[in-house]
Design a protein around this ligand. Structure first.
Ligand code: GRF
Length: 192
C-alpha cells in the first residue's frame, strides 16, 4: 500500500451509543494522534453517539439505509468528498456490502467485543458466559465481506471472574475497547 504522509483522514460509522466514537474523538485531539476525523456516518438519526459529533463540531451524515444500494452510493460520495483514507466502524449495525468494500478500495477497521475468531456476530457476552469461557476480550480487525473475519490488528484478553454477568462483562470489555481502538489505529498506521 502507498505510504501516506501526515494525518490520515478517517470516517467513523456508528449506529447507537457511540462510546468508542467518544474515545476516538478524544484520541484524535491529542497532539501526537495521526488521525483527523472528517465525518461521522450513522444509519440512525437517533444514535446517542451523534451528540459527540455535535459537541466536537465534527461533520456528520445520517442515512437511514432504506435502500442499501442508494445509501452506500451516497456514503461513498461523502467518503470521496472528504478524501477518507480509512473507515473505522464503531458499533455500526449494518453490514457493508461486498460491492461497497470493493468500491471504497481502502481499509475498513472494526472493533468487536470478543476474542475473534471466537464469537463472531451479536450477543457475544451472553454466549461467552453460557459457554463458561475462562477468557474474553476485544478485537480490532480489518473488514472483509465475511462478517468479523478479516485480519486481526490488535486484541486484548481478560480473565472472566466468577461473579461476572452480561452487564458487568460488557462494561469491563467496553472499557478495554476504548483503549484498544486508538492503540490498534496507531499500530495500523505505523504498518501502512
Ligand atoms: C462495542 O461493544 C463494539 O465492540 C461493538 O458494538 C459496541 C458499540 O458500542 N461493535 P459503542 O456504540 O461504541 O458504545
Amino acid at each position: 500500500m502507498e505510504k501516506l504522509i501526515g494525518k490520515k483522514n478517517i470516517a467513523i460509522f456508528i449506529s447507537g451509543r457511540g462510546s468508542n466514537l467518544k474515545s476516538l474523538i478524544k484520541y484524535s485531539k491529542l497532539k501526537y494522534s495521526q488521525i483527523n476525523i472528517k465525518i461521522i456516518i450513522s444509519n440512525n438519526g437517533k444514535a446517542k453517539g451523534l451528540k459527540y459529533a455535535k459537541e466536537s463540531k465534527i461533520k456528520y451524515y445520517i442515512n437511514n439505509y432504506k435502500n442499501i444500494n442508494n445509501s452506500e452510493k451516497e456514503i461513498l460520495k461523502k467518503l470521496n468528498k472528504f478524501k477518507i483514507d480509512f473507515i473505522c466502524l464503531a458499533g455500526f449495525m449494518k453490514i457493508l456490502s461486498r460491492k461497497f468494500i470493493k468500491q471504497f478500495n481502502k481499509p475498513i477497521l472494526n472493533i468487536h467485543p470478543s476474542l475473534l475468531p471466537k464469537y463472531k456476530g451479536l450477543n457475544t457476552h451472553e454466549r461467552v458466559l453460557i459457554n463458561k469461557e475462562k477468557f474474553s476480550g476485544a478485537t480490532v480487525h480489518l473488514v472483509t465481506p465475511k462478517l468479523d473475519s478479516g485480519k486481526i490488528i490488535l486484541q486484548k484478553k481478560i480473565k472472566i471472574l466468577k461473579n461476572y454477568n452480561v452487564k458487568s462483562l460488557e462494561k469491563k470489555i467496553l472499557k478495554i475497547e476504548h483503549k484498544l481502538y486508538p492503540e490498534a489505529i496507531c499500530k495500523f498506521i505505523a504498518n501502512l
